[in-house]
Design a protein around this ligand. Structure first.
Ligand code: HEM
Length: 524
């Protein structure tokens, strides 16, 4: 019999946790019973026999000192092309793959939605941990005069939950983000009226990043960044430098998560982080000063405090944590929305039929281009929602969720010890015909109940914002922004893709368009 207790550590508790996990996995219909009291010895023995050891999980060969990095150097796999690399691993090794990119550090890639479900269920009783943004953590710990923690992105355990619990109040619920709807709608309306028909002989991502910066800064700093003014369009303006710095910090930070702290990467990361921090400190201080001078009794009845104002006035939130949070929002927000918007407009440009149906919906909901978008309009935009879901099925900004196990678990019948990095491969699964009909076809109707092509897919497949406690803190905000953008752009414009090559993605770590986003717009 395979001795699980020896394999995963000496503690009896660990042993029973494994067994409980195993019961969930092998589906012996025992999960609701108290195992320690109800399993007979033969049953326990049977269970431990059924669980296969970690070492037996198939995967690419790891070499001494270099792990599997040689396979990336040889071009068999690529850090940037996560879909293709994931697909190759799946085809060669199956639905669960073990890999040591760095010797001694195990990553387990999972491709089966039933395993995604197991991971999510397992997380409900603990603090979900990620082993990412190590550079953010190191940087912030070296600057205790500015930060008092690694922030939401890099912190784990109770320390993370302490931050998350406070910061998600007034932010994460769908009703809470409605407070930002009027300002978001105004910024997007101005963008569509002024920028869309402006001849764009450069990357449209440049334009979308500016829009995303404006929208994120409104939330993070309660500040209108006039990112499209002649002054701000200059390469050394605050807007241009912030966009560049967020991109550089994400890219170099990701590389250091993979290959360790290299001097050249660390230098670029630190410079970018220092720039973002300098803007954050200045703007949060400015807001604090203005709050100190204002008198809440003079606020009008319909006054809506900004998120930053709420954070600065909540006694439970430390001032240094507000700085950390505003930087996190810039790091996580600017690229994510701009990249998703690029993929959304691309898919629409390649699907005139979908554009036409979306235009009909947009004109039905908005009698004129000037009409304000309300929460009711957004909740009636069923087709726009299906379009967005389909965009995020094919082009999520993150290929899957990454978790550092804090307890042992059983996945696909294998024992996975705590300390292992497990990565779900939703983007790969979402493009498999095991789970979707014609998976590479962009078909929003597959999400519309009542449509002849409606598919009842596994709910754990499309999770572009993650799931559970550690889900994207800004999910509803981002969805609100993207829906407004889709409705406003398509209502009066035809979108055209000008490149011969279809748009793909490369991971930096989040999925960025792999070429210039060559879009143009015609008034219709
Ligand atoms: C389409 C747009 C977006 C997508 C698809 C997206 C997706 C994600 C995903 C997959 C995660 C990781 C979840 C996990 O580990 O389970 C995440 C985390 C996060 N996102 Fe987003 N995001 C988007 C936009 C934004 C925006 C606009 C902001 C801020 C303004 C933001 C702020 C964050 C933060 C702070 C976290 C870390 C949360 C934590 O660890 O507690 N995201 N996002």
């Amino acid at each position: 019999m395979y001795n699980m207790a020896l394999q995963c550590g000496p503690s009896k508790i660990g042993f029973w946790k494994n067994i409980i996990g195993a019961v969930k996995q092998v589906n012996l219909n025992l999960s609701k019973r108290s195992l320690s009291s109800s399993l007979s010895e033969p049953e326990q023995e049977q269970l431990t026999q059924d669980i296969k050891p970690f070492d037996e999980i198939p995967g690419p060969k790891s070499l001494p000192f270099i792990g599997t990095v040689y396979l990336y150097s040889l071009g068999v796999y690529s850090f940037e092309n996560v879909i293709e690399s994931g697909r190759k691993k799946y085809l060669k090794y199956g639905r669960i793959v073990r890999e040591e990119i760095v010797p001694g550090k195990h990553t387990v890639w999972i491709f089966d939605p039933e395993d995604y479900k197991q991971l999510i269920l397992y997380e409900t009783t603990m603090f979900p941990s990620r082993k990412s943004h190590l550079a953010v953590e190191k940087y912030r710990k070296s600057r205790p005069e500015v930060y008092c923690s690694g922030g939401l992105l890099s912190t784990n355990g109770e320390e993370w939950w302490k931050l998350r619990r406070e910061f998600q109040k007034d932010f994460s619920a769908p009703q809470a983000v409605q407070a930002y709807l009027p300002a978001t709608d105004r910024i997007i309306k101005e963008f569509v009226n002024r920028q869309l028909l402006f001849p764009c002989d450069f990357d449209f991502m440049f334009v979308l990043s500016r829009l995303s910066l404006q929208l994120t800064c409104l939330i993070a700093f309660d500040e209108e960044f006039d990112s499209f003014s002649n002054q701000q369009l200059k390469y050394d303006s605050r807007s241009s430098q912030l966009i560049e710095a967020a991109f550089t910090a994400n890219q170099t930070g990701f590389m250091m998560d993979r290959v360790g702290f290299q001097t050249r990467l660390w230098k670029r990361f630190s410079e970018a982080s220092l720039f973002i921090e300098s803007v954050a400190v200045e703007l949060v201080k400015k807001k604090k000063r203005s709050l100190e001078k204002s008198n809440p009794l003079e606020y009008s009845e319909d006054y809506v405090p900004s998120l930053l104002e709420l954070y600065l006035t909540m006694p439970s939130i430390n001032y240094k944590d507000v700085i950390g949070m505003t930087v996190d929002l810039l790091l996580a927000g600017i690229n994510a929305t701009a990249f998703t918007a690029s993929f959304a407009l691309y898919h629409l440009s390649k699907n005139e039929r979908v554009q036409d149906i979306l235009r009909m919906e947009a004109r039905d909901l908005l009698q004129s281009p000037e009409q304000a978008i309300t929460p009711e309009i957004l909740s009636s935009a069923h087709y726009a929602r299906a379009v967005l879901k389909e965009v995020l099925r094919l082009n999520p900004i993150s290929a899957g969720a990454e978790r550092l196990l804090t307890e042992d678990i059983v996945l696909s019948g294998y024992h996975i010890p705590k300390g292992t990095n497990v990565v779900t491969q939703n983007q790969v699964s979402c493009r498999m015909d095991d789970y979707f009909v014609n998976p590479d076809v962009f078909l929003p109707e597959r999400w519309m109940k009542g449509s002849p092509v409606f598919e009842k897919s596994n709910p754990y497949l499309v999770l572009p914002f993650g799931h559970g406690r550690r889900t994207c803190i800004a999910r509803h905000l981002a969805e609100q922004q993207l829906l407004i953008l889709l409705l406003r752009v398509v209502r009066d414009h035809m979108i055209r893709w000008n490149s011969e090559k279809p748009l793909g993605c490369k991971a930096i770590p989040i999925n960025k368009p792999d070429q210039v986003v060559d879009l143009s717009f015609m008034k219709v």
